[in-house]
Ligand binder design. Structure first.
Ligand code: ARG
Length: 573
């Protein structure tokens, strides 16, 4: 889309010889008080160049811009040139781009460079609870945003399928396990064993020794332990897949931590060769005190590997295999220090690409009863949340659309119910902690996903009512008389649509999907205001076409924005 600010900079370049458009563009301001204009150009800095008082320069430039079709009005006010852009011109620029459809908001900013987005990464044999929705849904959106701005994205799920906790699980299963129960409800059952293990181990510490032993055996490839582990793993992955299917989430690679188990020794050797390993009470650590980052444990005194060992190995592997431009980890803020350590170690190993590794943290979810705790069984399962949201939505859909078939009802209920949970997750700045409340997730009023989806469905219905002929004409920007859509409410909506592609770029730069969420809420509100303020399907054909065109542009913006959040945009609801 043509950039209005650039157009203005070019016009000023023509009016004030000796200044480059790029410099001008950087100087242009957006006045907070809209009665001062849409854009303002300050002339203070030009006084030296032109050896003239700034207010005289402002007068001079304003005079020369008077006839430009870009502006409705140009006024010199003290040292400023205040510019009111031509509504019809901005509307034309905006709609020409927004009527394109799916491509609106997409760009090739990234030039096809490879970006890894690692997200979700749950631990097997543990519940997929509402804490996991954060990494899963935020990561999925970051993937979609990076894809939209022209990067090649590799989606990775770094499953937690390795570590001493599997020793515990194996021991627990041997003592209290039952195959049938595990098959019936794998994760809840395995979790109950794990919980029991911790209770029992408080009374009988030898259980912990047994667990360590079992894990060492697993690491050394002992068949019996390996088989059990493999079984826990496949049962768990099957359950995770059910949730991913509900959320519409995919990965290109599901390489768990265990994938690196045979590659870890090489990185331990490399750390040692580079003089980074230090013995500490029998364990191997990297001392990061000089950087105020404490020490990082690489191998335990019994020789077993750790989470960090596998992450170092994984990062090196990723660089080799994907030659990433950026390697993004969407992981909770509790691991802030951990990722600083990881990136520092990679840097100390001499990998200059450590600067291309990015930790994208997010805040914690807790329950009204306190922090979630897998060990104590205090968790809310994500699948239960999704199911309840769908059930509630189904009731509303049936009531509002008695003519829909059961199949259609199911489809829309899933799109709206699950969309509501995802949208809610992406509404606030990701770094904020929040308390999970059932009535909050199941509330569909106000600035929620269903509200935005409903506005999209409203646009669809207006377009349908307008009839095919009108809709067809409205899609051709060259045939629209933009003067019909310059009222205040139309213009407010247009400005938001105009800003959308830049909003997507901003969200990418800040790894912040909520920037898009907030923006499409604003677009939906502006459309609803336009819808209430104006009669859209009027008799005058040209006016109707122009208003339907603005409706299509709003619909495309909402749909594309929801798409970047991973949320569907049904045409009816
Ligand atoms: N499985 C870990 C957890 O649940 C998250 C993994 C994050 N990714 C990583 N590369 N360390 O806490």
């Amino acid at each position: 889309m043509e950039d209005i600010k650039k157009q203005i900079a070019l016009a000023i370049e023509g009016a004030a010889e000796g200044l480059a458009a790029d410099d001008i563009e950087n100087l242009i301001e957006l006045p907070k008080d809209k009665t001062m204009g849409d854009y303002a150009f300050p002339c203070f800095r030009l006084a030296k160049v032109f050896r003239k008082a700034p207010n005289l320069i402002a007068q001079d430039i304003a005079g020369k811009l008077q006839d430009s079709e870009l502006f409705e009005k140009v006024e010199p006010v003290n040292a400023y040139v205040n510019m009111f852009v031509s509504r019809a011109n901005l509307t034309k620029t905006t709609l020409t781009a927004a009527l394109e459809g799916d491509s609106f908001g997409r760009s090739d900013f990234g030039g096809g460079k490879t970006v890894i987005v690692e997200y979700s990464s749950p631990n097997i044999a543990k519940p997929f609870h509402i804490g996991h929705i954060r990494s899963t849904v935020i990561g999925n959106s970051i993937y979609k945003i990076y894809d939209a701005v022209g990067y090649k994205v590799e989606r990775l799920n770094h499953i937690g399928d390795y570590g001493t906790q599997f020793g515990k699980m194996i021991v627990a299963y041997r003592f209290w396990g039952n195959e049938e129960d595990v098959k019936k409800e794998p994760i809840k059952t395995l979790l109950s064993y794990y919980t029991k293990f911790h209770k029992e181990a408080e009374k009988d510490p030898t259980l912990d020794d047994k667990a360590r032993e079992a894990f060492t055996k697993l690491e050394n490839g002992s068949e019996e332990e390996y088989k059990l582990w493999q079984w826990f793993r496949s049962e768990s992955l099957r359950e995770f897949q059910r949730v991913y299917d509900m959320l519409g989430i995919d990965f290109d690679w599901v390489d768990g931590e265990s994938f690196y188990s045979d590659k870890m020794q090489a990185s331990i050797d490399e750390l040692r060769a580079k003089g980074l390993l230090k013995k500490s009470q029998g364990a191997n650590v990297v001392d990061l005190e000089d950087y105020d980052l404490g020490t990082a444990l690489i191998t335990k005194s019994d020789g077993s590997s750790l989470y960090a060992t596998r992450d170092i190995t994984a990062a090196i592997y990723r660089k080799k295999h994907y030659d990433f431009y950026k390697n993004i980890y969407v992981v909770a803020s509790q691991q802030n220090l951990y990722f600083k350590q990881l990136f520092k170690i990679l840097e100390l190993m001499g990998y200059d690409w450590s600067k291309d590794c990015v930790h994208v943290p997010f805040g914690m979810v807790s329950l009204e009863s306190g922090t979630m705790s897998t060990r104590n069984g205090r968790v809310v399962f994500l699948e239960d949340v999704l199911n309840r949201a769908v059930d509630k939505t189904r009731e509303i859909i049936v009531e509002k659309n008695p003519d829909l078939s059961d199949e259609e009802v199911d489809k829309v209920a899933a799109e709206v119910g699950i969309g509501a949970v995802m949208f809610n997750e992406l509404s606030n700045n990701r770094i904020k902690d929040y308390v999970f409340k059932w009535d909050h997730v199941l509330n569909f009023d106000g600035e929620t996903g269903p509200y935005v989806q409903y506005t999209h469905a409203r646009c669809s219905s207006v377009i349908k009512k307008a009839g095919e002929d009108v809709a067809k004409k409205a899609e051709d920007a060259s045939a629209i008389n933009f003067d019909y859509i310059t009222s205040d409410s139309a213009y407010e909506l247009t400005k938001l649509i105009y800003a959308y592609p830049q909003v997507v770029l901003d969200a990418a730069e800040k790894y912040e999907p909520s920037i898009i969420t907030r923006h499409i809420i604003n677009v939906a509100e502006a459309y609803n205001k336009f819808y209430h303020d104006e009669h859209i399907l009027v008799d005058n054909e040209d006016e109707k076409v122009a208003k339907v065109a603005l409706t299509i542009a709003a619909k495309n913006t909402i749909k594309n924005g929801l798409g970047l959040l991973g949320v569907k945009a049904p045409d009816r609801m």
